[in-house]
Design a protein around this ligand. Sequence first.
Ligand SMILES: [Zn+2]
Length: 647
Amino acid sequence: MKQFYITTPIYYVNDVPHIGNAYTTIMADTFTRFEKLVGRNPYFLTGTDENATKVAAVAKEKGIPTIEFVDKLSEAFQGVWKNLDVEYSDFIRTTQPRHTEVVQAIFKQLQDQGDIYKGEYEGWYCMSCETFFLESEVGEEHLCPNPECRKKCELLKEDNYYFALSKYSDKLLKYIKEHPDFLLPEFRKNEVVGFIKQGLRDISISRKNDGWGIPVPGDESKVIYVWFDALINYISAAGYLSDPKKFTELWPADLQLMGKDIFVRFHSTFWPAMLMALGLELPKHLIGHGFWTIDGEKISKSKGNAINPAKVAENLSKETGTKVEICKDVVRYYLCRETSFGQDADFSFENFRGRYNSDLSNDLGNILNRTLGMLNSYNEGKVPDSVGGDLIGEIKQACDKVLEAMDKFAPDRALNAIWDLISVGNKYINDKAPWILKKEEKYDELYKVLVSALETVRAVAILIEPFMPNVAKEIARQLNIDINVKWEDIIKEGAFKGVETNKPEPIFPRIDMKKQNKEKEKKVEEVKPQVPEEKPEEKKEEYISIDDFAKVDLRVATIVEVERLEGTDKIYKMKVDDGERIRTVCAGMVPYYEADYMVGKQIIIVANLKPRKMKGVLSEGMMLAGGEEVVKFLSPEAPLPNGSKIR
Ligand SMILES: [Zn+2]
């Protein structure tokens, strides 16, 4: 059976990963977990790119044998992923024989069929990018055109092996046109098309052999260009030429993720051309995501802002007293929620804390705490034998939206749908006011509400697992249920039958933003986890009932005449058409609007406010407006008939 095959780029081993590469890998992990949930049998590959000539140079500088150096860094990468709860199926290292043997076999095959040929090349070479550029690309100063690099290039003349990339131009353009969701997002696809249309050059795929890299078969004086070698990892790890059964199950890849810097030239041009030359199918979707800035600044080593996600989690944990596993999920959540997939995004620490408080502590934490809190105080945590089911329609709708968003590779939209469901759940509890049902001893109704709320929390826990695996686990522990279920069992009658839940423990103690600002310089002390914010019984004074609201008769009206109310300097006397008659309404709008501007505008009035006399004029209603220093009146978004009732 075909598996849903997901890859990240293999990472270049020169330093431990920062939030930029962590983002790709966390995304891949999130998609993998989601595909598992929907039963598409995912397979997730990541790894390290170890054959670059630069790697040998760095190892030499450090006085370590190259292989020991790459062993250490590859291990560090694996450690970082493990620490971030990334669960890959395979980790490939390009120094492994299972990879190098396939690379050499492919080189030989393409050479035999004429896609690789020997030739002399002179061009501007960037040592850092290991790439040749045209005179026109490097300009007069001979600077690398890669905006992330901009180092000085050297003029190199080399006897090299070439891959006949140019002959695939038309085939590539045709394929891209016929497969509109092959390259995503759309605006990056257009970049690729532009790049190919500029004209592709054959690409030099060998370098001088300095003792590191994969030798060209039959020519020990050369090693294979690191990009040619690296891209092959996606098929060598999938069993190409070594395990035909595995390869059939995996290839073509369903989703290949990468940063925008390696999207156009390498993954969307060179890679598919190599696959075409090999007669292999192309991956279903290649996605080039955007870059992260940190508090508005570009990530760079020299600025020292190349933040490590594990460190961010640790700091949050110290600050809030939240378990560090949970804080790692908060980082994952933020990365998924804060960006429209494909676009650049900013990691703002203030925003990060704000989302923690509002989305997690308030919304998610609240629905869990109050539901479990009531169940514990009303029924000792024992789930009553009731059908629940009040929110089944909403849960179903959330599932559909999440699936649709994830199939379009938009995790942010999936999270929006889950948070909509959380809001619906919280609102449902507010509306049903179980604390009143309890007081009035309406037990049947009370139990139905509690079970319906529990069902919603359960669905939320299952749906957020791909994004926040540790949080999902913790919710399941508090609910005392198994959430390792199939997609179709997210809605399951009797999921709580006979369950005795655990006591609620706040998962996300709030960050005190005010205190935090005051104590910014102070050392972070242990913060006591906060008890659930809400005692349901006390809540009721804060609410009005729908019947209370219905007493207010709000209507649309159009202003027909405006003049200053004599003897005042702030109040207008207006004539408004309420659909039935023209009535007089006085309002203190003189400081904010010109009389002429207001004539003809639609407004909202309180039509049944007791009339009162102002300077001898009877005001029959009130106009709605809001704001502190700047005051604006309320108006329907588009014209409505006068007299329309506002509900
Ligand atoms: Zn460069």
